[in-house]
Design a binder for this molecule. Sequence first.
Ligand code: SF4
Length: 109
Amino acid sequence: MRTPAGKECKFYYQDYHRGKETQECRLIDRNPQSGSWKPSHCGSCPIPGILLANACPTMVVEAHIAKGFLGLTERVEVYAICSQQMCEVKEPRIGCGSCHQLNAPSSAI
Ligand code: SF4
């Protein structure tokens, strides 16, 4: 679904049908440690770009709202793990790299 910031995001949900005014981030909403989500957070959220750059099916992302300098600003922070290697993915746009090694052509001859 297209976010208020104009990007496609599979975690965004809205419903304006029959007088409803529902907007949700189903990624941040499932993190009880996070602050409250607002539609304006989509504007600087890295998730759409990450999912566009890396479609690895074993990468799992979490996100929360983090406070910025003096608590005046808020941003979406992302934490990603590889569910196959059970390791943190430090660069979610790239992945952990283990699948690249498994799928690399062998140089044997
Ligand atoms: S905050 Fe990020 S993950 Fe949540 S709906 Fe907006 S773009 Fe998607």
